[in-house]
Write a protein that binds this ligand. Structure first.
Ligand code: HEM
Length: 445
């Protein structure tokens, strides 16, 4: 690639105005793999073709996930404080490893996930969703991104990891500070401290949770590896799950075929989820692979060994979705690439689907006459080279009383007044208080 090569600028607001038109223009000029700029001065490639993604993701010998191979960074042309480093810098976890080293830690994660079936995840998600809705249902309006879609997956994962309420509060506060860049270094340190305390507690008293299962796995993960993979799961899981949930709600609220009786349209939820995964997948251009040798492209360009190649799931899906539009509208299928493909494909697909499906179900059954509070074309999307997310989803509905009294949203950080509540188990009490704490925290972002 030469410096005169016209890269598609993934950070340019113009690109985000209509990213599919931009991919098509580049496809016509360059074919299935296009040159991109991730931020000014950081260059790479984006694969936007379904068959090429399938083939390259399965070829571990030629395409490595190990970011230590990233030549421009290794040779000092990309600074350590580049904005993309958060997503691209090498980390000792499954997503950045290859071969047997990858299989060992991945097996520990998939074996742990296998202990929690979709029904169990759905039951947890239903309980957490109820607590979150209680916090805003009396108002008759809400921002479903900040108050619902963002906190719900975090709360479900918090319980799965086996964290108690106090640890959850510290963890969520640090996570929020890290996302907002508020003393990010200290926040990062705090996350590691909370997780390391969690590992210490689970060593003394294991439970039926992901942390204990990872620690007990025959792969023999070190404490540090357990912590790194908890961080990976939160990083890889919370944001995409939130995007899927909010985006599928948007699809349902704008799909005229469903009419006004959304509560009766539950059977449409899986279709809305499939539609989002085909047409606006949460992970658009990520993860990144590094070729272990130079790759000659059909048009004559060469991808140099160690160049970052992003996986363009959104662009690749769109071409197939357009080609089979009629068939997919009648019977949406799951042949999209939104969960990835090959050895690194998402190991938590069932869990993420259960969280999104349950989240939408509870929302529709609790909030009568749920509707968008702004015209659909005024909804804003966050500009990121890697993902596709609504910034807000303002909705209105008929105001409702909370199901659990004492959990309504309070403007201060004080604990909810539980003096009038009916007795709850201490776990439930902690959980609903944690829900409202997290909702307040994220709403204040
Ligand atoms: C809608 C929600 C989600 C979407 C769209 C999604 C999508 C993806 C994608 C595209 C990949 C990369 C696949 C590849 O490299 O080929 C991935 C990997 C991964 N995801 Fe998910 N994910 C979601 C939710 C979750 C959740 C809830 C968790 C954990 C609790 C999770 C954990 C992971 C992990 C650990 C990996 C790395 C696997 C590996 O490298 O072997 N994801 N996901």
């Amino acid at each position: 690639m030469t410096s005169s090569c016209p890269h598609l600028k993934l950070y340019d607001p113009e690109f985000h105005r209509d990213h599919h038109a931009a991919y098509e223009k580049m496809r016509a000029e360059h074919g299935p793999v296009i040159p991109v700029e991730l931020e000014p001065g950081v260059q790479g490639w984006l694969v936007i073709d379904y068959a090429t993604i399938m083939a390259w993701c399965r070829d571990e010998r030629t395409f490595s996930r190990d970011a230590r191979r990233w030549r421009d960074w290794r040779e000092g042309r990309v600074p350590d404080d580049a904005a993309v480093m958060g997503m691209m810098k090498p980390r000792p976890n499954a997503l950045f490893s290859d071969g047997e080293a990858h299989r060992r830690v991945r097996r520990a994660m998939t074996d742990a996930f296998a202990r929690f079936d979709s029904a169990r995840i759905a039951a947890d998600a239903r309980e957490m969703a109820g607590g979150l809705i209680d916090a805003f249902c009396a108002r008759g309006e809400a921002d479903l991104v900040a108050e619902y879609a963002n906190p719900l997956p975090l709360l479900v994962m918090n319980r799965l990891f086996g964290m108690d309420e106090a640890a959850g509060r510290r963890f969520f506060t640090a996570l929020r500070d890290m996302w907002d860049g508020v003393d990010a270094e200290r926040a990062n340190q705090e996350i590691e401290t909370v997780l390391s305390d969690l590992v210490g507690r689970k060593r003394a008293q294991p439970g039926e949770d992901i942390t204990s299962l990872l620690m007990q796995h025959r792969a023999g993960l070190t404490d540090e590896e357990v912590i790194q993979h908890l961080v990976l799961m939160i990083g890889a899981g919370s944001e995409p799950s939130a995007c899927l949930l909010s985006n599928a709600v948007r699809v349902m609220l704008t799909d005229r075929r469903l009419g006004d009786d959304l509560a009766g349209a539950r059977t449409a939820i899986p279709d809305a989820i499939d539609q989002v995964m085909w047409t606006a997948p949460p992970v658009t251009n990520y993860p990144v692979m590094y070729p272990t040798q130079d790759i000659a492209l059909p048009g004559g360009a060469v991808i140099r060994e160690g160049s970052p190649i992003l996986l363009g799931f959104a662009a690749a899906n769109r071409v197939v979705a357009d080609e089979y539009r009629d068939r997919l509208e009648d019977a949406p299928n799951r042949a999209h690439l939104a969960w990835g493909v090959g050895p690194h494909r998402c190991p938590a697909k069932e869990m993420a689907t259960a969280i999104a499906t349950t989240g939408i179900e509870v929302l529709l059954s609790r909030l009568p006459r749920l509707r968008l509070a702004v015209p659909a074309d005024e909804l804003a999307w966050r500009l990121s080279p890697f993902g596709h997310a609504l910034t807000r989803l303002p909705v209105a509905f008929d105001p409702q009383s909370p199901e659990q009294e004492g959990t309504t949203w309070q403007p201060s950080d004080s604990k909810p007044d539980t003096s009038t509540t009916k007795p709850q188990s201490s776990e439930k009490q902690g959980q609903s208080s944690l829900s409202s704490f997290l909702a307040r925290l994220l709403r204040g972002r």
